[in-house]
Design a protein around this ligand. Structure first.
Ligand code: ADP
Length: 267
């Protein structure tokens, strides 16, 4: 056990303990092995995370570099110049969005995350978010149906606002032109229950277990190389709901639509 502890302190997690005892030392050895496996997984996740971040930053940066170099060539028409500049602006926005989301995730990961909880009307907040995003759903000729009776909850309004923005933005993004989104609020026994339903493209059954993972993006988001898609939105959403000791579930059928159920305790 002493030798194994030293190895782990140096960052080597592949330690095998050959202890077959049923006394306290045996129990300690079993817990020790469990802890080692946990640390190893954590290390793997950390490395994966760093490599994802690097990749996500690298691709918009190479595109900015490429188009900036093209712009240095003198024989370009005004239209071509404008087109390349627009791409540079869009890619810079993407990096900026990514770094904002990463900072938010880092602050949420902090064990002592400081929540500023207060009692407020959730219905009013959701209505404001719908209003805030009006330009994007109007642009796609979408209909938003609201069933929002006033319900007061005790939570961090800034963080929860991020949840509704992420979920509604996704519904708008992954629903075709002219689609419909319905947002309802129900007062269950212990939880306030928010339902966000769209009749968009839906999520493949095999993708469902992964959509809350960091950097996970569905096929289309990846293929489209969507400027606004980082694969972080839902992981931030879930983290905020977890911090409120709530729950989030998803139901989806491909080509029919997706429904998110969010449960937030009143207190
Ligand atoms: P992204 O930045 O790609 O939207 P998210 O974490 O918000 O990242 O979502 C992860 C993936 O889940 C998306 O890439 C998309 O494939 C899928 N998804 C999320 N919300 C919806 C929805 N309302 N309809 C269909 N697919 C969705």
């Amino acid at each position: 056990l002493t030798a194994a502890t030293k190895k782990i302190a140096k960052g080597h997690y592949q330690v095998e303990l050959d202890v077959n005892r049923s006394d306290e030392i045996g129990e300690l050895a079993a817990h020790f092995s469990e802890m080692t496996r946990g640390l190893e997984q954590l290390e793997e996740m950390r490395q994966q995370f760093v490599s994802n971040v690097s990749h996500e930053i690298q691709s918009p940066l190479s595109s900015i570099k490429g188009f900036a170099q093209t712009l240095q060539m003198k024989d370009l028409t005004k239209e071509q110049q404008q087109r390349y500049l627009n791409i540079i602006v869009a890619e810079s926005n993407r990096i900026s969005q990514l770094s904002k989301q990463l900072l938010l995730l880092a602050s949420l990961d902090n064990e002592q995350v400081y929540m500023e909880k207060m009692k407020y009307d959730l219905a009013e907040q959701i209505r404001q978010v719908v209003f805030m995003l009006e330009w994007s759903w109007r642009e796609k000729d979408m209909m938003i149906e609201l069933d929002l009776p006033p319900i007061h909850i005790y939570g961090d309004p800034k963080l929860l606002q991020q949840v509704w923005i992420n979920l509604l933005t996704n519904s708008i993004k992954y629903t075709h032109k002219g689609g419909t989104i319905t947002i309802s609020l129900l007062a269950d026994d212990e939880y306030c229950h928010v339902i966000i339903q769209d009749n968009g493209e839906g999520i493949k059954e095999q993708d469902l277990p992964y959509i809350f993972n960091r950097f996970y993006r569905g096929d289309k988001a990846r293929r489209r190389d969507d400027q606004n898609s980082t694969g972080l939105g839902l992981s931030i959403t879930k983290k905020i709901i977890d911090l409120h000791e709530g729950n989030i579930r998803v139901q989806s059928t491909i080509n029919e639509g997706t429904t998110f159920h969010i449960y937030v305790p009143y207190e």
